[in-house]
Design a protein around this ligand. Sequence first.
Ligand code: SAM
Length: 232
Amino acid sequence: MTGEDVFAAWREAMVVEQIERRGIRNPRVLEAFRRIPRHEFVPPALRSRAYDDGPLPIGKGQTISQPFIVALMTSLLQLQGDEKVLEVGTGSGYQAAILSVLAKWVYTIERHEVLAQRAKATFERLGLKNITVICGDGSLGYPEAAPYQGIIVTAAAAAPPPPLLEQLDEGGRLVIPIGDYMGQVLQVWTKEKGRVDYEDILPVSFVPLRGRFGWSPQAWERFEEDDSEAEQ
Ligand code: SAM
């Protein structure tokens, strides 16, 4: 077996055991996970763990999320194929690559230039042409291409950033982890006749959303600081 055959076998096992068996049955979503080579999105030294059932570090203190969480967030968007989607938090680019199989166009924003550039290079290497990478503060959204039929935020916020709700199209869906360093809940926000509503899905654990409508470093770290003071 070649290296690529081994990765393909691991990928198939990931789809069946981590995603399908946990209840995600949408054939289009499963096909996207079969098609996108996750090992291309992790640092070379971690490629042998690319199909493991958990997150992995990608540099700059950030992570590529657990495959099941990527699959769950993807399926919650209920994409049909003709949508314009906004992702906040490009990270490795893996989530954006999955979305590019399922939607018409993906705009993805990352605040770390080095991660944005690396993701862009990976998309080019894999021939994924329907993704626009923007480096900047994704908590402001990307009004230039709004409205979006789907918005996905892959970092935790205290509340949905108002610009994202504004840039969500009528009938659109926003998937976002809401909470702090103690834990978060994944929520789906919908917009119908101009009114927004939300549903809680399940507890999750994400890195913080930064920027204008994200967490300040002081607010996110406060618990740990208080704790160390108490021990002195
Ligand atoms: N979706 C990513 C993937 O598939 O690899 C995982 C994202 S990682 C859990 C969260 C990312 O959000 C980090 O890369 C972080 O730098 C980014 N981020 C945090 N706040 C941001 C902001 N205000 N604007 C843009 N990116 C932000």
